[in-house]
Design a protein around this ligand. Structure first.
Ligand code: SF4
Ligand code: SF4
Length: 591
């Protein structure tokens, strides 16, 4: 028995670390070797469609081998360190530092220290400035890359936007260049590529950004034609159950709604749909090649996919035994027929705010009548468990808006008890998270509420929602505060991330691993203040992410912010283009 086998026998869920899954890439070694790293555990990473698309794009290039690596749980990480075994890729079992390129997917700000944990376990210096040509190119992509600055010193390059085409281009460029510097210089000319070492940030005496120097404009990469873009027609089937253990297709990219707090809604514009024909073909290939009995139709707002009924009909005809999951249905696109397709134990709705006034402010175009209509349909279909998601701390929010959350709950209870044929065991779970003003949204200038405000709001909601059959949960404020610092941070936050990691906080998206006190210590020791990052920003201030061109214009965000304060709603893009800036270069489907 070798050293690795012995260690595997001593840790929890060793199947996370052995590879060899059905449909997994076979071990190989080519001219260019790329390892996709996912900064969370195997079960989470195996459910991620984005990294499978990236792998598919890379595999279109001759001479490229692609492997994978997920973050080891703490027990395995400790064993690797103790036994001096560098972190390795799943199929080849080769150390990460043997690869030519390593790409991390940044899906959630709280994964940042886990990136450092993985680099450290791989015995790769954390900062790009300390890595010479003998080390792989370390790059990052994914939704958090839209504000790359807090992680800038750790990566050689970031990919901003869609990965389908740019990843293959980068692989070709790497094959055609000799040194890291030559590669990075040339890569920085491509749309969607940001090389932090080629840009400098200048601060004024008050610590505000004065300007950027060097290569100061980075435009996001956009894949124009999703139907003809690469898509993985088969996927590895996990050795152990993934969090979403099912086949996945993406029906549409972008969302027509434009909720003003929602970064994803702006990030993935233009709105592009895949055709029913392509989706059916992908679904059939995926289900047949994996044996999954469930297929998820993913997108930001699947109910808005205009041909959903047609697609469901085709899927039913071609995959009669496959259960269909519709994970992101909005209340107003809720339909009895869709629930039949997607039977779950409880139904989830996200009104986000308790009153119509506040829903208009955030542009969540949902009325109480729609909530009532949807729960009625759900109850008719036999559901007796409803999950509701809201936010607190939204711009202009008052106590009355919080009370509105309880009013919605009571309304649902009334609908239920009005019909004697429903069973007497309705359960409503209300989950409220703290609003985080994210970059590239009309609310990017807003402040985040303070801990005192948070405590007041939770207390009020607790009192209002202390009702039989209702459970109320809220998020940990420290986590929201840290997430805000990381989402809105500048390059100086990198020191905090490194310190927090060195103090032992990593795998932070797991509550048992997050050490918020270590993060707060790190912020103090770096001489920074949380309030500098959670405060309201001036509209004429230079924001750390201003050098990224997300194609939606800043003027549009400002216009939307003004409309928010006057309670004016902006309707769906499917009812007409709203001129967000994307229309100057792209045509959204149906606009
Ligand atoms: S419906 Fe609103 S919250 Fe949901 S993805 Fe679209 S913009 Fe975001
Ligand atoms: S270009 Fe028009 S239709 Fe497309 S996302 Fe922007 S506002 Fe909506």
């Amino acid at each position: 028995m070798n050293k690795l086998d012995k260690i595997l026998l001593s840790v929890e869920k060793p199947a996370r670390y052995i590879g060899g899954e059905y449909n997994a890439p076979k071990a190989d070694w080519k001219k260019l070797n790329y390892c996709i790293c996912f900064p969370d555990v195997y079960e989470v990473g195996m459910s991620n469609l984005g990294i499978r698309i990236v792998a598919e794009s890379l595999r279109t290039v001759d001479g490229v081998y692609v492997d994978r690596c997920f973050a080891p749980w703490r027990d395995y990480g400790e064993q690797l360190k103790e036994n001096d075994i560098p972190l390795y890729a799943l199929s080849t079992k080769r150390p990460l530092k043997d690869f030519d390129m390593i790409g991390f997917s940044l899906g959630f700000e709280m994964c940042y220290t886990t990136v450092l944990y993985m680099l450290d376990l791989a015995k790769i210096p954390l900062r790009s400035a300390d890595r010479g040509d003998e080390y792989p190119i370390i790059q990052a992509g994914g939704p958090c890359a839209v504000n790359p600055e807090p992680m800038a010193p750790f990566f050689d390059l970031f990919v901003i936007g869609d990965g389908e085409e740019i990843m293959a281009e980068l692989a070709k460029l790497k094959l055609a260049t000799k040194t890291k510097n030559e590669f990075l210089e040339k890569a920085s000319e491509l749309d969607g590529v940001y090389v932090p070492a080629l840009m400098e940030v200048k601060y004024d005496d008050n610590g505000l950004i004065e300007g950027f120097g060097g290569k100061t404009k980075v435009k996001k990469a956009v894949c124009r034609d999703l139907d003809n873009a690469v898509f993985p027609h088969k996927m590895p089937v996990g050795n152990i159950e993934a969090i979403f253990d099912r086949a996945v297709i993406e029906v549409m990219r972008g969302c027509p709604r434009g909720c003003r707090f929602c970064q994803a809604g702006f990030l993935y514009r233009p709105i592009r749909q895949r055709s029913v024909e392509h989706l059916t073909e992908q679904a059939v290939c995926l289900v047949r090649s994996t044996g999954f009995d469930e297929l998820s139709l993913n997108s930001l707002s699947t109910g808005d996919y205009p041909k959903l009924k047609e697609l469901l009909k085709e899927l039913k005809a071609n995959l009669p035994d496959t259960k269909i999951a519709l994970p992101s249905l909005r209340i107003d696109s809720f339909d009895g027929e869709f629930i039949e397709q997607s039977r779950k134990s409880s139904l989830t709705f996200a009104p986000e705010a308790g009153t119509q006034r506040l829903r208009d402010v955030i542009n969540k175009d949902i009325s109480e009548d729609e909530v009532e209509r949807s729960v009625k349909i759900a109850f008719e279909k036999g559901y007796s468990s409803i999950k509701l998601y809201f936010m607190m701390g939204l711009p202009t929010e008052t106590d009355e808006d919080l009370d509105g959350i309880a009013d919605i709950v009571f309304k649902i209870k009334d609908v239920y008890s009005a019909n004697p044929k429903y069973a007497r065991n309705l359960r409503i779970s209300v989950s409220v998270s703290t609003f985080i003003p994210k970059p590239f949204t009309p609310f990017q200038w807003e402040r985040q509420i303070t801990r005192e405000e948070f405590e007041h709001k939770v207390k009020r909601l607790k009192e209002k929602l202390f009702v039989k059959g209702v459970t109320f949960s809220w998020n940990d404020f420290s986590l929201s505060e840290l997430e805000a610092v990381l989402a809105r941070g500048d390059r100086r936050v990198a020191d905090v991330i490194e310190k927090a990691y060195k103090k032992g906080s990593f795998l932070d998206s797991w509550s048992e691993c997050l050490k918020a006190d270590k993060w707060f210590e790190a912020i103090d020791e770096c001489g920074l203040k949380i309030s500098s990052y959670t405060r309201e920003r001036g509209e004429d201030e230079i924001l750390p992410w201003d050098f990224i061109d997300l194609i939606v214009t800043k003027d549009y965000f400002l216009k939307e912010r003004k409309k928010a304060y006057s309670g004016e709603v902006t309707g769906s893009c499917f009812k007409g283009c709203k001129g967000c800036g994307v229309q100057k270069e792209f045509k959204c489907d149906r606009c």
